[in-house]
Design a protein around this ligand. Structure first.
Ligand code: MG
Length: 319
C-alpha cells in the first residue's frame, strides 16, 4: 500500500469519526432549527449547542456510529480476519457498557435473549416482524472500515459488508447500502476515480437490492436539498444516509465543504456525515481533512494508533 493509499485509508476512518463528531451538533434538527442555532453555520466542535441530548457527548467526541465501527476495527486488529460472531459480541458489550445514541432497531435486536447465539437470525426475525418495513441506517453507519480491510478485493469487501450488516439489519436496502459504501471506499483507497467507484458501488448494491442503481442515479442528479434529509418520517432511513454520502462523494469540492453541506441539512446529521466523511476521506485522504477537526477529535490519538496498527497489518499482508 503506497503512501497515498494509506492516506486515503486513514482518511476513511478519520472522515467517518469527524463527520460523526461534528454532525451530532445538528442531529434531529430541521434546516430551520439549524439556521436558528447556528446562524454562522456549524463549523467546529466548540459551536455545538450544549442541550440535554448533545451534552451526553463531549465536544469532539464521536457517537454510536463510530463506536460501532471501532467494534469492527478492534475485532480485525485482534483476529486478523472478519469474524462476525466476535463483532456481534463487541457491539453487544458496547451497548451494555455505553450504548449512547443507539438506534431503535439495533437496541431491539441486541436486546433479544438469543442474540449472541444467532445474531443474524435474530436480526432477520426483527426485520420480518416489521413486515419488511424497517430499513434504518444502523448498518451503513459502521461498515466503511470493511472497505479498507480487503481494499484490493471487490468480492471480499461485498461478502464482509453483507455479513456484518446482517448482524443487526436484514433489509436488502440496508445490505445494499453497506455493500455499496464499503465497496466505494475500497475502490477509492485503491486509487480509482470517483466515477469508477460509484459505478462499482451501483453494480454491487444492485445485486442485494434490485433498484439500487436506478436509485443512486436519481440521487446523483438531485440537489442535496432534494434529498430532504430532515423530513421527519424518513430520518434514519438507510437510503437517506447512503444518498447523502454518495451525493457528497460526487459533488463536494472538499471534505470540509461536503461535511458542512450534509450536516446543515439536518435529520440524522451525525450518521449522514459519518458516511459522507468516510467516502470523502477515502477520496481525498486524511491530509485533506481540516487539521483543526483532526486535532479536536476527542480520543483522536487512540484512532491514530488503531489506524497505524490496521495499516501495518494490511501492509504485512496479514489481512
Ligand atoms: Mg450517532
Amino acid at each position: 500500500m503506497d503512501d497515498d493509499a494509506q492516506d486515503r485509508a486513514r482518511g476513511t476512518l478519520f472522515g467517518q469519526a469527524i463527520g460523526d463528531a461534528l454532525g451530532v451538533g445538528a442531529e434531529f434538527m430541521s434546516r430551520e432549527d439549524i439556521a436558528r442555532h447556528y446562524p454562522d453555520g456549524l463549523n467546529d466542535y466548540a459551536d455545538i449547542v450544549r442541550d440535554a441530548f448533545r451534552s451526553v457527548w463531549l465536544p469532539g467526541e464521536w457517537t454510536d456510529d463510530t463506536d460501532q465501527m471501532l467494534c469492527i476495527l478492534d475485532s480485525l486488529l485482534q483476529h486478523g480476519r472478519v469474524q462476525p460472531a466476535d463483532i456481534a459480541r463487541r457491539i453487544h458489550r458496547w451497548a451494555a457498557e455505553d450504548g449512547r445514541g443507539i438506534g431503535y432497531t439495533t437496541a431491539t435486536v441486541l436486546g433479544h435473549p438469543d442474540y449472541l447465539d444467532r445474531p443474524q437470525d435474530v436480526a432477520h426475525g426483527v426485520w420480518q416482524a416489521s413486515r419488511g418495513t424497517l430499513a434504518p441506517n444502523g448498518g451503513v453507519m459502521r461498515t466503511a472500515v470493511l472497505g479498507v480491510w480487503h481494499w484490493r478485493s471487490i468480492q471480499q469487501v461485498c461478502i464482509d459488508a453483507r455479513s456484518v450488516c446482517r448482524l443487526t439489519h436484514a433489509d436488502p436496502r440496508c445490505v445494499a447500502s453497506c455493500v455499496a459504501v464499503s465497496l466505494a471506499v475500497a475502490r477509492l483507497v485503491a486509487g480509482a476515480s470517483v466515477e469508477d467507484a460509484i459505478a462499482a458501488a451501483a453494480l454491487a448494491g444492485e445485486s442485494d437490492w434490485p433498484g439500487f442503481g436506478r436509485w443512486l442515479d436519481g440521487v446523483l442528479q438531485s440537489t442535496l436539498g432534494d434529498l430532504a434529509l430532515d423530513e421527519p418520517q424518513s430520518i434514519g432511513f438507510t437510503l437517506k444516509t447512503a444518498g447523502a454520502g454518495f451525493w457528497a462523494l460526487a459533488h463536494a469540492r472538499s471534505v470540509g465543504t461536503g461535511l458542512r453541506q450534509v450536516i446543515h441539512q439536518g435529520g440524522d446529521a451525525d450518521t449522514n456525515a459519518a458516511v459522507a466523511g468516510a467516502l470523502l476521506g477515502a477520496r481525498d485522504g486524511l491530509s485533506a481533512i481540516p487539521a483543526r477537526w483532526v486535532r479536536g477529535l476527542h480520543q483522536g490519538a487512540a484512532l491514530h494508533e488503531r489506524a497505524d496498527r490496521l495499516l501495518s497489518m494490511i501492509g504485512a499482508g496479514r489481512n
